[in-house]
Design a protein around this ligand. Structure first.
Ligand SMILES: CC(=O)N[C@H]1[C@@H](OP(=O)(O)OP(=O)(O)OC[C@H]2O[C@@H](n3ccc(=O)[nH]c3=O)[C@H](O)[C@@H]2O)O[C@H](CO)[C@@H](O)[C@@H]1O
Ligand SMILES: C=C(OP(=O)(O)O)C(=O)O
Length: 416
């Protein structure tokens, strides 16, 4: 999709099911390379990053079928271990294929991943961790040549709890002889989803969700059927859209415990939240109240991926909200676009000061990145008049069926 048009203000109201999580399905698709038997994934989201991963899997020699949220992958015919540069640049998570390709083929050749819109995103921790497992790297002409001749378990202390590095270690260590322990591992729920999926394939991993993960290498993995967990950032994006519009929403098939850092902020700012089983209901009580301090942190802290959607919501708050982005260097590109709508935001380094305004007005905007683009959509719901958003394909990296889903909630939205 090229562009989106919204006609605001609209009131979001209704019920919606949450899609499967982008950040779970991508490493899990990499895991499908570790067996020559069939993998069936349900709740697999229909998003651009998944389609890009399918392209890479097919290039590597796998068969891939996708229909209505069910992906069937078979890597029996895998006959390549290199990923062309153009496919690597499609997305950041292409780097997650490294551990899996090495685990299956013993060698891998790939370029550097894309997705640099948030500032520098080095892969030094991925490389140093896999080196501890016995992988050797040769870097030449923008490509990494990797060889896993003599793999062995190891203790790995991560300097930072990197989500991607933790996942790459899991993917390789589960088929590496011996015991591997990861200290200061990332604790994000998507890591636990990857652990559960790999264990369903016969891996022996314990501890994901905590900061120490233990992996007993096994010789072989087998086929499995697995349901991808709900996307926590899509969940909070729907909640923010309803909240800014003064509406009421029931988000179904979610995982409420995964989004408490965001729902408690929504409550603090004037929304009523009810959680029951897989349901989250949000209703706005009155005016939006500013939130004094929002600091992005690794899980279970406030997620960096939720910063932009929540910032869009707080542009209409009474008072001043202050954001501090602690994970990425440049997560404020969308701010310039929100300013065009009449928002009052000042950015100083990693801090953004959002002075609430009484109204936003529709404008012609460019999506700067995935979550920044969703922030513009959320602002466009509350803005007076027409909002045009271009570069929407960036938003489609992580959100499925946007026009259909937001229309069903009462948003006047159409594809351009
Ligand atoms: C596909 C996927 O799951 N993406 C998520 C993943 O990204 P990703 O896995 O890239 O994020 P990381 O947790 O690795 O990055 C966190 C921080 O560590 C730094 N770092 C990371 C690796 C490395 O080798 N060296 C290094 O310095 C990064 O620059 C960043 O400042 O976690 C991020 C943080 O929750 C989320 O915003 C992304 O949505
Ligand atoms: C930054 C994100 O994703 P990625 O790591 O895939 O670029 C995101 O989902 O907000």
């Amino acid at each position: 999709m090229d562009r989106l048009y919204l006609e605001g203000p609209c009131t979001v109201s209704g019920e919606i099911d949450v899609q499967g999580a982008k950040n779970s399905v991508l490493p899990i698709l990499a895991g499908a390379l570790l067996t020559d038997q069939q993998i069936v994934l349900t709740n697999c989201p229909d998003i651009r990053d998944v389609r890009a991963t399918f392209q890479i899997l097919k290039y590597l020699g796998c068969s891939v079928d996708y229909d209505n949220g069910v992906a069937v992958i078979c890597a029996a015919g895998m006959n390549r271990s290199e990923i062309p540069d153009a496919l690597m640049r499609e997305m950041r998570s292409s780097i997650m294929l490294l551990g899996a390709i090495l685990g299956r083929m013993g060698t891998a050749r790939l370029g550097f991943p894309g997705g640099c819109e948030l500032g520098p995103r080095p892969i030094d921790l991925h490389i140093s961790s896999l080196r501890r497992l016995g992988v050797t790297f040769l870097e030449e002409h923008g490509f990494l040549d990797c060889t896993a001749a003599k793999l062995h378990g190891a203790d790995i202390h991560l300097a930072l709890p990197s989500v991607g590095a933790t996942e790459n270690i899991l993917l390789l260590a589960c088929v590496t002889p011996g015991t591997t322990r990861i200290f200061n591992a990332a604790k994000e729920p998507e890591i636990e989803d990857l652990q559960n999926f790999l264990n369903a394939m016969g891996a022996k991993i314990t501890g994901a969700g905590g900061s120490t993960i233990t992996i007993e290498g096994v010789e072989k993995l087998h086929g499995a059927e697995y349901r991808i967990m709900p996307d926590r950032i899509v969940t909070v994006s729907y909640l923010a859209a309803a909240a800014i519009s003064g509406g009421e929403i029931l988000v179904r098939k979610a995982c409420p415990p995964h989004v408490i850092s965001v729902t408690s902020l929504l409550e603090e700012s004037g929304c009523e939240i009810e959680m029951a089983g897989e349901d989250i209901r949000l209703r706005r009580r009155g005016p939006i109240e500013a939130v004094k301090q929002i600091r992005t942190m690794p899980y279970p802290g406030f997620p960096t991926d939720a910063l932009a959607p929540i910032m869009a919501y707080l542009t209409l708050a009474q008072g001043t909200s202050i954001f501090y982005e602690s994970i990425f260097q440049n997560r404020y590109k969308h701010v310039e676009e929100l300013l065009r709508m009449g928002a009052n935001i000042k950015v100083e380094g990693r801090v953004a000061i959002v002075e609430g305004v009484k109204k936003l007005t529709g404008a012609s905007l460019v999506a700067t990145d995935l979550r920044g683009g969703m922030a513009l959509l959320i602002a466009g719901i509350a803005a007076e008049g027409e909002t045009e958003i271009t570069e929407v394909s960036l938003v489609e990296r992580g959100y499925e069926h946007m026009v259909r889903n937001f229309s069903s909630l009462g948003v006047k939205i159409r594809e351009g």
